[in-house]
Design a protein around this ligand. Sequence first.
Ligand code: F6R
Length: 261
Amino acid sequence: MNSHSSAPHLRIFPDEQQAAVFAATVIESRIRARAAEGKFAVLGLATGQTPLAVYRELVRRHRTNGLSFQNVITFNLDEYCGLPPEHPQSYRFFMERELFSQIDIAPEHTHIPDGMGTAAEHAVRCRKYEAAIRAAGGIDLQILGIGRTGHIGFNEPPAGPETRTRCVELNALTLADNARFFGAEESVPRQAVTMGVGTILEAKEILLLAFGEKKADVVARALQETPAEECPASWLQQHPRCTWLVDAAAGAKLAEENFSQ
Ligand code: F6R
């Protein structure tokens, strides 16, 4: 651990399911606390493989424990450029399938960057996305995964804490990693709209999840190296309320004694 940062909170779970249940419990408690005050809870959401078990657990709690999402507003991290909402690989489609269609959230309370349109249209919409987050009172709890390039959202290296919602080029490693969803690497969109590192760091609380041995190297870099643009997730060291939830495989390369559990 370097001397530039305070110890991040880290929890290592025996498996992904236990980490997902923990994350769902944090999310549920934030939603219920806000509901008790008669207020909205604002959640930042991620797509990809990592949060799937969390979404399954939230759906289960909605069906069996009466967890309601009527007081929830969501903002997703990112969307591929050029994919309309009805495209099965778009992140809007993903969120509808995995979560929104299975809970009682109002459709108008769900926000995902719009990947369609020209560069000029993106610039205007990205500013509006940031304004919508501010108008909702900011993100109370942001859920993140991490890419092997060190990306959070689609903030590929180099990316620093000054970056805001914008259109970005995807890294070759990310294209290769996400080819599995598209059948072939050539079919993966080359660009995406993503919240910036700075946008993410403004969330009041963050949970980053990472599972599997493929994430072990990047988890160790992000937590143990000095924050730098080469590993955008490393900026999370500077967030006062960021907890990393990893399984044993993703945590295998960490020097554990450096972290508060
Ligand atoms: C997804 C996102 C990305 C993913 C990351 C890990 O909305 O912003 O940062 O969290 O690429 O992807 P998976 O979970 O598929 O390993």
